[in-house]
Design a protein around this ligand. Structure first.
Ligand code: CO
Length: 174
């Protein structure tokens, strides 16, 4: 396994709508396990493949830190099929390091996907029901593969303010 470079806001790959995955091969298994290592190395709750430069519909989530499981989950072609409620919590993103701001999202979601089991690459269809932080993490990562960053979901004025402040505080990323 290896730690991959995480792409930062401004990189066009973060704006790409990622492609459906129809073949699970060795290369994809390697990408998934590298993403897991990269997520843990950065202390993240989740990571999407385009954050490491690969525009495929693949996300990983750290279920232990989210508080809903013992380990990590790898999802292929995840799709939100239902959402309900509302919650406002602070959110951040490994592609905008150091920017945390409150964002409203649904409190509960249901997501259909194929779960990829490592290391062998066994696949199974799943319908995940997530609430609170788990719902937020699923929605955040699925947004990524659709080319959406969490700051895009803020209203215009708030987005401009928090991004301007972040850029001032983090000249190293511009
Ligand atoms: Co993110």
């Amino acid at each position: 396994m290896s730690v991959l470079d995480i792409r930062i806001i401004g990189d066009p790959v973060l704006r790409q709508k990622s492609k459906e995955i129809d073949i699970v091969d060795e290369k994809l298994l390697k990408l998934a396990s590298d993403m897991i290592e990269t997520m843990h190395n950065a202390n993240g709750l989740g990571l999407a493949a385009n954050q490491v430069g690969i525009p495929l519909r693949l996300i990983v989530l750290n279920l232990k830190d989210i508080g809903v499981g013992k380990k990590d989950i790898v999802l292929i072609n995840p799709e939100v099929v239902y959402s309900e409620g509302s919650s406002i919590e602070e959110e951040g993103c490994l592609s905008i390091p150091g920017l945390y701001t409150e964002l409203e999202r649904p409190y509960y979601v249901e997501v259909e996907a194929q779960e990829l089991k490592l290391p062998k690459g066994k696949l199974r269809n799943v319908r995940i029901k997530g609430e609170d932080l788990y719902a937020r993490a699923l929605l955040h990562e699925i947004d990524h593969i659709n080319g959406i960053l969490f700051v895009d979901r803020l209203d215009d004025i708030k987005r401009r303010i928090v991004l301007a402040k972040w850029k001032r505080e983090h000249p190293e990323y511009s």
